[in-house]
Design a protein around this ligand. Structure first.
Ligand code: NAP
Length: 544
């Protein structure tokens, strides 16, 4: 009979979360196997190879801090690294820590079922492996389940169709082609200027105008790198223990309306010139007070009007449907200026929706657009999408899909009641999605690592979220979100971008620092709110 392999830990995904979780598991002396659907490491940066893809958080902060040697030896070339460099970094980490020997690529986890009698998970893969594990750790990513809208006639399109999050490994040449791009979130906003520079014509189909800020990307000098490196202890400490979003930026001490209009404007101007997401950190109430938010939103709308020459196009590009930041702000290089090019046009599909796609283009209610290549930058089934693609069955065969039918339920975003020994890195109900992803990943991996050590030290076999603690946490996540402007936007934070997805605010809108402290306190208080079972109890349950 074929024997089933057993691991202490099965990790799903070899992005930045899965790689660090593997490293941590080994440090703890655990046997671990990572399963990765892609052909290489890097997660987001493996899949999102579209032209213009780059980080929107400065690379020297969007990088691992767990190894001093690693952060001292890696040279980031630009303020915001482009996708190829981020992928090289992921590969470097995999090689440096010898991770590949425990990663199985081109393999999805299809199913994971908890066997309560033995206190283990039975895991089935897309290539027919069946393994068991004490712990399953989902490192499936916040933005990994790409969504391609089922627009009528899409299958009849005669040209090539690409999705930004499933971009081919070979370069795509748009020379001489008429390209249609659907979607104006971060991906579309980054891809637009690059595709426009190559294509014969680019038509951007916009449903919702988005706020975008200039990146002001630049090469990093040796001196800049050295300054940051020598300040790393403080930068990393601040990001973890004091920051709102896991980024080293000064914390605002006042609301936007506490400053005179002149002072406020000067701050907005200076930040616009500095570039990047720091805009939201200028004041402490931009995401809480609509009047404050309006001042910033109006400033950005004015900038768009200054940049875009055609008045009608400028008007269409000015976001009016949601407060600034309630959808994730984009960070761009020449996005708005691209619409001044003679080979670029903007189509308003909010006013004139797409009716269907035909062999040679897109028909909106306003008319036909001839297209040779279609690029979908239509985003992701975020935060829960990749978790729920797996058929996960917990205690008594309960399916996670059923449990989460009306929205995800977790305690701390880390575990869900009824699913013992199943951890989620950057899960729903944690601040992930709103934060510097690597800071959130490291915090979760380290918390889970400490938890696994605790279980071992105390001869505990299973741990799971308690129902009461979970109910309280879900209520808190909702309560905190309701005090902000976030719910005012139809965003992926709300599940609003996926037809039929429950509208629930998915992340915990608290600062990275406060959330981390809550998680630490819970652990310190003997994993308050979690339910644990000793080895003896599990054996007894099995015998009855
Ligand atoms: P997104 O923000 O969800 O944007 C998707 C776009 O597609 C939106 O403009 C959306 O319009 C449009 N869309 C979706 N379905 C459509 C349909 N059926 N018909 C027409 N338009 C449709 O996705 P994303 O741009 O891939 O970005 C997702 C997140 O990934 C970002 O918010 C960010 O956190 C991350 N990201 C970061 C970077 C970076 O700079 N490092 C780059 C890319 C992505 P509506 O707004 O009307 O729904």
């Amino acid at each position: 009979m074929k024997s089933t392999k057993h691991f202490d830990v099965v990790i799903v995904g070899a992005g930045f979360a899965g790689m660090y979780m593997l490293h941590k598991s080994r440090e703890l002396g655990l046997t671990a196997r990572v399963y990765e659907a892609g052909g290489g490491v890097g997660g987001t940066w493996y899949w999102n190879r579209y032209p213009g893809a780059r980080c929107d958080i400065e690379s020297m902060q969007y990088s691992y801090s767990f190894s001093e040697e690693l952060q001292q030896e890696w040279d980031w070339s630009e303020r915001y690294a482009a996708q190829p460099e981020l992928l090289s970094y992921a590969n470097h980490v995999a090689d440096r820590f010898g991770l590949r020997s425990d990663i199985q690529f081109d393999t999805r986890i299809d199913r994971a079922e908890f066997d309560g009698s033995r206190g283990i998970w039975r895991v089935a893969t897309s290539v027919g492996d069946a393994v068991t594990a004490r712990f399953v750790i989902l490192a499936t990513g916040v933005l990994s389940s790409a969504q391609l809208p089922m627009i009528k006639g899409i299958d009849s399109f005669a040209g090539d169709i690409y999705h930004t999050a499933r971009w081919p490994h070979e370069p795509v040449d748009f020379t001489g082609r008429r390209v249609g791009l659907i979607g104006t979130g971060s991906s579309g906003v980054q891809a637009t200027p690059v595709i426009a520079g190559q294509a014969d014509h680019l038509t951007v189909f916009q449903r919702t105008a988005n706020f975008s800020l200039p990146a002001r990307n630049a090469k990093l000098t040796d001196q800049q790198r050295q300054e940051i490196r020598s300040n790393y202890p403080e930068i990393r400490r601040f990001a973890r223990e004091q920051s709102r979003t896991g980024v080293y930026v000064p914390l605002p001490d006042r609301g936007a309306l506490d400053d005179s209009e002149q002072t406020r404007r000067a701050k907005y101007e200076a930040q616009w010139e500095r570039g990047g997401l720091g805009f939201l950190s200028l004041y402490n109430d931009l995401l809480r007070n609509r009047a404050s938010n309006d001042t910033a939103a109006e400033f950005v709308r004015e900038k768009i009007a200054e940049i875009v020459e055609d008045e009608r196009t400028a008007k269409l590009l000015q976001p009016t449907t949601h407060p600034l930041g309630a959808k994730r702000i984009c960070v761009d290089t020449d996005y708005f200026a691209t619409f001044n090019r003679p080979n670029v046009s903007l189509v308003d599909i909010r006013a004139n929706p797409i009716e269907e796609i035909g062999p040679d283009g897109v028909r909106t209610t306003e008319g036909d657009h001839k297209i040779d290549v279609l690029v979908f930058a239509t985003g992701f089934d975020a935060i829960t999408g990749s978790v729920l693609k797996i058929d996960i069955r917990g205690r008594d065969g309960q399916r996670l899909q059923e449990k989460w039918a009306d929205g995800p339920r977790t305690y701390l975003g880390l575990m869900s009641a009824g699913f013992p020994n199943l951890f989620i890195i950057t899960g729903p109900g944690s601040p992930a999605g709103l934060t510097n992803a690597i800071v959130s990943i490291e915090q979760h991996v380290e918390w889970i690592g400490d938890c696994l050590s605790h279980l071992k030290a105390h001869d505990i076999t299973t741990i799971e979220a308690g129902r009461e603690a979970e109910d309280e946490w879900v209520a808190l996540v909702n309560e905190v979100a309701s005090k902000t402007l976030y719910p005012l936007a139809d965003s992926w934070f709300m599940g609003a971008n996926i037809p039929g997805k429950p509208r629930v605010f998915l992340p915990f809108v608290e600062s990275v620092a406060r959330y981390r402290q809550i998680c630490l306190d819970v652990a310190e208080q003997g994993y308050r709110g979690f339910v644990t079972n000793g080895a003896r109890q599990v054996r007894k349950a099995a015998a009855t």
